[in-house]
Design a binder for this molecule. Structure first.
Ligand SMILES: [Fe+2]
Ligand SMILES: [Fe+2]
Length: 280
C-alpha cells in the first residue's frame, strides 16, 4: 500500500499547492491513501467546510487537525457531519467530532487514522499515550485494520520520539505535525513503524512558520501585538512523508516529500517511474 501524509496546510498559498499538486501526485505515484493535516488551512487558523471539501476533492482521504482545530467556529458544527475530518482524540470528552477514523481504500484496505496531541509546551489535554493504547487495542493492526497512521501533533521532539517508540510495531506510521518545519529523521523504527518527527508545513517557507514575517518579528522585539498574523503568500512547498506499507501493515520504505516552493525538492525515488529515453 502506498500512503502519503501531508503536513499542516497553511493559508491560501498552502491550499493552492495542495490542490494543484495532489491530483497529479496521487496519479503519478499510484497512491492508495492520502492524509492531510488541515489545522491552519483557513487563513492560518482552523478549517472551513468548503476548504475541507476542496481537500477531499483534490484527493485526500482523511483530514487531521491539531490545536487550531476549532479556530473557525463552523468546524464545531460541520465536523459532526464530515467523518473524514478528525480532531485530536485526546480532547476532553464531549468535544465535537471524532479523533479516529477507519477509512477504506479503493482496493478495499482498511486504514485507521488517529489524530493525537502532545502535552509538552501545549494545552493540557488527556494523556495521548493512554488514548493511543485504547484506540490500538480496539482496532489492532492486522485484525481491525490493514494499516494504521497516527498524526501526533506536538511541539517537543522528545515527546514525539517517545510516543513513536511506544507504538512501534503496532502502527504503520507515526508522523509529527505542528512545528511547521520538516525534519530529516524519517526512518523505519526497530519494530517496523515508519516515523518522522515532523512532516513540515505545506506553505510559504519565506515566513515565520507560514506567517508574514513583520508581525512575528515585531512581537518578539516589542512584546506588543500590533497587527493580525497573516499567512505568507509566496510560492508554497508541499511537505510530507511517503510510506510504502507491507501486507503485515508495517512500513517497508519511507521517504520525505517536498514539492514546489523554495525548499530543496524531494520525491520518493522508489515510486518515481524509471522510464528513461536511451539516446543511441
Ligand atoms: Fe500547524
Ligand atoms: Fe498546531
Amino acid at each position: 500500500m502506498r500512503l502519503l501524509f501531508i503536513g499542516d496546510v497553511v493559508g491560501r498559498a498552502g491550499r493552492a499547492v495542495l490542490v494543484e499538486q495532489l491530483p497529479d501526485l496521487r496519479r503519478a505515484w499510484s497512491l492508495d491513501c492520502v492524509i492531510v493535516n488541515g489545522e491552519n488551512a483557513a487563513g492560518g487558523f482552523g478549517i472551513t467546510e468548503s476548504i475541507c471539501a476542496d481537500f477531499l476533492d483534490a484527493g485526500a482521504d482523511c483530514v487531521t487537525l491539531g490545536n487550531h482545530a476549532f479556530d473557525q467556529r463552523e468546524a464545531l458544527v460541520f465536523i459532526a457531519r464530515q467523518p473524514r475530518l478528525i480532531r485530536p482524540l485526546n480532547y476532553p470528552s464531549g468535544a465535537p467530532g471524532g479523533g479516529a477514523n477507519l477509512i477504506e481504500t479503493a482496493a478495499g484496505a482498511r486504514v485507521l487514522v488517529v489524530n493525537l496531541m502532545g502535552r509538552v509546551f501545549m494545552d493540557a489535554l488527556d494523556d495521548p499515550f493512554a488514548a493511543a493504547e485504547r484506540e490500538l487495542s480496539a482496532c489492532p493492526l492486522g485484525l481491525g485494520c490493514d494499516a494504521a497512521v497516527i498524526d501526533f501533533h506536538a511541539e517537543a521532539s522528545s515527546e514525539k520520539q517517545a510516543f513513536a517508540h511506544f507504538v512501534d510495531g503496532r502502527v504503520s506510521l507515526v508522523v509529527g505535525t505542528h512545528t511547521h518545519v520538516p525534519t530529516a529523521d524519517h526512518q523505519i523504527l526497530p519494530h517496523g513503524s515508519g516515523y518522522m518527527t515532523d512532516a513540515g508545513m505545506t506553505g510559504d517557507y519565506d515566513s515565520v512558520i507560514g506567517m508574514e514575517k513583520d508581525e512575528p518579528i515585531r512581537r518578539f522585539t516589542t512584546k506588543l501585538p500590533s497587527a493580525r498574523f497573516e499567512p505568507a503568500g509566496g510560492a508554497a512547498t508541499l511537505c510530507g512523508v511517503a510510506v510504502e506499507i507491507g501486507r503485515n501493515g508495517l512500513a517497508t520504505r519511507i521517504a520525505p516529500v517536498r514539492v514546489g516552493g523554495k525548499l530543496a525538492q524531494a520525491r520518493p525515488e522508489f515510486w518515481e517511474s524509471v522510464t528513461q529515453t536511451v539516446v543511441a
